[in-house]
Design a binder for this molecule. Structure first.
Ligand SMILES: *[C@@H]1O[C@H](CO)[C@@H](O)[C@H](O)[C@H]1NC(C)=O
Ligand SMILES: *[C@@H]1O[C@H](CO)[C@@H](O)[C@H](O)[C@H]1NC(C)=O
Length: 409
């Protein structure tokens, strides 16, 4: 049967030819697809399709009917993260062991991150799932998209929106007190958004750990203000003072120093157009300021910087606002001294003694002074057995009880 043999041979030749000609047309597109896919995964902005979130973290995803705002839910951060076992990386409120061990450095999991996008008529707030432990959504300080987002998602009818602002300038490690501050915001104040006004984002394992817990934090990118009304600002503290007032003027909300810890919800003060508390007789504690957007008190405070000089000391930080508050009582509510007691003169009451802080709404930990005057470290480990105000507050925020942890062998 030679003809069959020949036919087979012919087929083979044709098949071979087809293969030679056809292969590149299969391989090249496949190669291109792979190449592009690779580029995509390297781009921070493109991730997996957002999956619907559980009801605890209600984020409404809207792609149509952009002008209907009535039925939009305000995103509520989960007060209890999903895992509830002790000895886990994720803190849990109903853990049986009140002082379970944290293992901050345990393997990172996929995290959730809120992202925004705005086009002409539509706003999108979505949840993005990422395995990049440090990824955080970034937006410019005065970006109109951020304005539209906060107007739409964070307006719950109160004068002061439930937005928490922090200012973070420079390359710094996220310390234990910072962690407590941010965790107290997440657990107690439950804000619509946490806006981190920063030139650099924090660093360190506690920062990555915090990002594992919280999804509604956004990096508001801004530079350190160099000048105020043509006067150069030489000190970073004063730059931060200006930035915090600018943040409140622009968006309204609750400004916190990164070592200010919330102990009770501040919602009771959100009906006033501005609220501060006193640090001492004659000074305002500027570590916690609440104000509605464009509040006259904040505008006056910024305006007062026309007389700022480099020898200012704490004049415009604490004294000028006290005068302003006294002269315009209807423009600002004074919450006694309930945001910063004990004050810096009584630092030993925070780090040496136990004081009753049950009436406090917040407390200022004066981290810089602590680091200067006290030798013992205030850390995740040491706070379990520190028999003082600082230890009790740390345990209250982390474990939900101020009681001393048992010493384990
Ligand atoms: C605050 O200081 C003023 C005078 O400096 C004094 O009259 C007033 O009693 C002080 N108030 C308190 C609460 O100590
Ligand atoms: C903790 O300090 C208080 C005083 O602030 C003291 O009464 C108490 O006995 C101390 N507790 C322990 C376990 O040392």
């Amino acid at each position: 049967m030679p003809s069959t043999g020949r036919r087979v041979g012919m087929f083979s030749k044709i098949q071979f030819l087809l293969l030679i000609l056809g292969l590149p047309s299969l391989i090249i597109p496949a190669f291109l697809v792979l190449l592009m896919a690779d580029k995509r995964t390297n781009n921070h902005e493109v991730f997996l399709q957002p999956k619907p979130m559980d009801s605890k973290v209600a984020v409404t995803i809207r792609t149509s009917a952009p002008n209907i705002i009535k039925d939009l839910k305000i995103p509520v951060p989960a007060s209890i993260p999903p895992l509830r076992r002790c000895m886990n990386t994720i803190w849990s409120e109903d853990c049986i062991d009140p002082c379970h061990k944290y293992n901050v450095l345990t393997k990172e999991r996929q995290r959730k991150q809120i992202i925004f996008s705005c086009d002409k008529n539509k706003l999108h707030m979505r949840t993005l799932y990422t395995k990049k432990p440090k990824y955080i959504f970034k937006i410019q300080f005065k970006d109109s998209c951020l304005h539209r987002m906060t107007d739409r998602y964070c307006d719950d009818g109160k004068a002061v929106p439930n937005i928490v602002h922090y200012v973070w300038f420079g390359k710094m490690n996220f310390g234990f007190t910072h962690f407590l501050s941010f965790l107290s915001v997440f657990k107690i104040q439950k804000p619509c958004l946490i806006l981190l006004h920063a030139d650099n984002v924090p660093q360190g394992s506690l920062w990555k750990y915090f990002l594992q817990i919280v999804s509604n934090i956004v990096h508001v990118q801004r530079k350190q203000p160099k000048k105020i009304y043509k006067t150069k600002i030489p000190f970073i503290e004063h730059k931060a003072d200006v930035a915090k007032l600018e943040a409140l003027k622009e968006y309204g909300g609750i400004y916190l120093d990164t070592d200010e810890i919330i102990l009770q919800s501040l919602d009771v003060f959100r009906n006033f157009e501005a609220t501060v508390s006193l640090e001492q007789n004659g000074t305002v504690a500027n570590s916690l300021i609440m104000a509605r957007r464009n509040a006259p008190f904040i505008k006056l405070w910024i305006e007062s910087y026309r007389t700022y000089t480099r020898a200012d000391g704490s004049k415009h930080s604490n004294m000028v606002p006290f005068q302003l508050a006294r002269n315009s009582k209807n423009r600002v509510h004074i919450a006694e001294n309930l945001f910063a007691t004990p004050n810096s003169k009584d630092l030993h009451k925070i780090y040496r003694e136990n004081v009753d802080w049950s009436k406090n709404y917040a407390i200022h930990m004066y981290t810089r002074l602590h680091d200067h005057f006290f030798e013992e470290k205030f850390s995740l480990e040491s706070s379990q057995t520190m028999n003082n105000t600082a230890g009790a507050i740390a345990r209250h925020i982390i474990y939900g009880t101020k009681e001393l942890c048992l010493q384990r062998g």
